[in-house]
Design a protein around this ligand. Sequence first.
Ligand SMILES: CC(C)(COP(=O)(O)OP(=O)(O)OC[C@H]1O[C@@H](n2cnc3c(N)ncnc32)[C@H](O)[C@@H]1OP(=O)(O)O)[C@@H](O)C(=O)NCCC(=O)NCCS
Length: 190
Amino acid sequence: MTRKLAELDWPHRTARLSLRPAVAEDGAAVWPWYRDPSVSEWLVSAAGDADQFVADYAERLPHSLVALLDGRPVATARVAVQDAWAQKEAVDRARDQEAELGWVVAPGFQGRGIGTEVAEALLAIAFDGLGVRRVIALCFADNTASRRIMERIGMRREGTYVRDSLHRSGRWLDGMSYALLAEEWHRRKP
Ligand SMILES: CC(C)(COP(=O)(O)OP(=O)(O)OC[C@H]1O[C@@H](n2cnc3c(N)ncnc32)[C@H](O)[C@@H]1OP(=O)(O)O)[C@@H](O)C(=O)NCCC(=O)NCCS
């Protein structure tokens, strides 16, 4: 049975970071990161104004985490449990079997391995904590930093989609999907 993020033991600690479920107050603190063009460039939606962002962020709380470095928020993450694809007769058995992962590192803290450390933690949270059988992550092919994270944490590139994704700039970009199965992750754990 898959668990919910709120049911896990928190905080989740890594070598440098402490991850916890996001709370509504985090929205205002992370808005400046999301409105930075280098961040919003790759995200599903632009940050908008502060009030709108805080309201949108509040709706995403059930699958949002914040990573702290020395007590200060430096990254946000997403672990969204979803149903796996299944034939109609098997739909009930495919419920909550997957988690989609995502990450944003504060612009001033990028390039120090924090994104990779957060992503590694998300694998442990998704597989050991929630008990999903597969994780996926999606990105624009041009998002080199995010792709490198997926590859570094051992996710497999499973799809490259040619000019399938319309960027808000009006360009049709290539998309990519990565995935990892629980059994693969457990096999490679020390
Ligand atoms: C993607 C992101 C989370 C990476 O965070 P990070 O803390 O800088 O990641 P790391 O320091 O662990 O570095 C990961 C790799 O990306 C590289 N990298 C970091 N910033 C980069 C950049 N701006 N451009 C290209 N490569 C970059 C690092 O050098 C490292 O590469 P390497 O494997 O060749 O050594 C961060 O850039 C970010 O928040 N981007 C905007 C939001 C986003 O794209 N989220 C993902 C949507 S799919």
